[in-house]
Each structure stands twice: as structure tokens, then as C-alpha cells.
Design a protein around this ligand. Structure first.
Ligand SMILES: [Zn+2]
Ligand SMILES: [Zn+2]
Length: 210
């Protein structure tokens, strides 16, 4: 079967430049950052240049931190905050925000992990010999709690699984352990951001070049 790869010039630059950083090309583009090298991006509005990416980095956050006056980044952040407020997003592990507005642009780990791509990136050292596939784990809400461990946790219901056996299906196991999980029920408060076609291509690219 031939799969038509998605085509989009903006994203294609990332692939053309050999981008293999564990940060979503979609999130980078949304934060106004254009690829100029294998790990370098630039903002065409404020000329900010960023490099040295690691899993869990939030492009918009780093952009604002570097050039807090960038109009593009400020506009984006406002849109994000509005969206979050209107949904009343509140994870239970998040301490009650006293002053919700001014400085609350720091994403909590939970929010970062609502992205399937970011969850997938926590599995970079996941053994190939594992009976379960990292794509299946990330798709059903799991992330790996630390690179050296085999414990996975669901970002939405926090259930943890350590032992996987041959024939296990991550989604099935998740359902057995926590049928009420907001992610499994497709609850919009779970805020899941599924893996987009470009991110999938990016993830495969990263795995192939390890
Ligand atoms: Zn900028
Ligand atoms: Zn769950």
C-alpha cells in the first residue's frame, strides 16, 4: 500500500533541513517559528533564534521567554489562554491558581502531555523488545514516567502500568484498569491532541535515525 505523505511547504522545510528534535513541528510552526537548520528555528517577526531542543519544551513558551515583546508570540499566547479558560480546564493535580491571569503561561507537565506527540517522545528509550508498541501506548494516553523506567502513566487518569505481557493491548488494559478515564471516554476536558500527519512523519523520522 502506498501512503501519500502530507505535503506542506512550511513543514517540508523542517524535513528538508533534517529536523529530528523531539519537539513537534506543528507546535513550532504555530509558535511562529520557521526552520533554518537541523535544530534551529527563527521567528520572522522578532528575529528570535532558538536551538537546543529537548523533549517537553514548549515552543511558544521558549519564544516568549526569549523575546517577551514579540507581537506574534503575544497574540498566540492570548489565544491559547482564552481557549483554556473557556474550557475551564483544570487538572486535579494542578494547584488551584490564585491569580489566573498575568503570569500563568507556564504549561504544567499535564498540559504538555495532552499532546500525543509529546507523550510519544517520552518513549525514546523504550526497548524494542517490549511486547507493546510505543505508538499504541501514546495513542491511548500513556507516557513513560522516566527514560530508565518501564512504568507508563496515563496523563488524564494517572493510572500506572508496569508489567506488560506478550499479547497485551495498551488500550484494553487501560480500559480494564480505569474505565472512567476521561481520555478513554473522549471527554473534551481531557484535552487530548492526537498525533497529526506531520508529527507522525516526524516521529518515524526520529526513530529511523536513532
Ligand atoms: Zn517572535
Ligand atoms: Zn487514563
Amino acid at each position: 500500500m502506498t501512503t501519500l505523505l502530507p505535503f506542506n511547504t512550511e513543514f517540508d522545510t523542517f524535513f528538508a533541513k533534517g529536523w529530528r528534535q523531539p519537539v513537534s513541528v506543528k507546535d513550532l510552526a504555530e509558535a511562529g517559528l520557521r526552520c533554518t537548520g537541523s535544530d534551529e528555528v527563527v521567528c520572522d517577526f522578532c528575529r528570535a533564534q532558538l536551538s537546543g531542543w529537548k523533549a517537553g519544551d514548549v515552543p511558544l513558551k521558549r519564544h516568549i521567554k526569549l523575546v517577551s515583546s514579540c507581537e506574534f508570540a503575544k497574540h498566540k499566547r492570548k489565544g491559547k489562554k482564552r481557549k483554556r479558560r473557556s474550557k475551564g480546564l483544570q487538572f486535579d493535580s494542578k494547584p488551584a491558581a490564585s491569580n489566573d491571569d498575568s503570569d500563568s503561561d507556564t504549561e504544567t507537565e499535564d498540559e504538555i502531555l495532552t499532546s500525543e506527540f509529546n507523550r510519544l517522545m517520552t518513549f525514546q528509550d523504550w526497548p524494542l523488545s517490549s511486547p507493546v508498541d510505543k505508538y499504541d501506548l501514546a495513542a491511548t494516553g500513556f507516557y513513560c514516567v522516566s527514560p530508565s523506567s518501564n512504568i507508563v502513566r496515563c496523563y488524564a487518569c494517572k493510572v500506572e502500568v508496569e508489567d506488560w505481557n506478550l499479547g497485551d493491548r495498551p488500550k484494553k488494559k487501560h480500559q480494564v484498569l480505569k474505565a472512567t478515564c476521561p481520555h478513554l471516554r473522549g471527554d473534551e476536558n481531557a484535552e487530548n491532541v492526537p498525533l497529526g500527519p506531520f508529527e507522525k512523519r516526524q516521529a518515524v523520522n526520529i526513530s529511523n535515525h536513532k
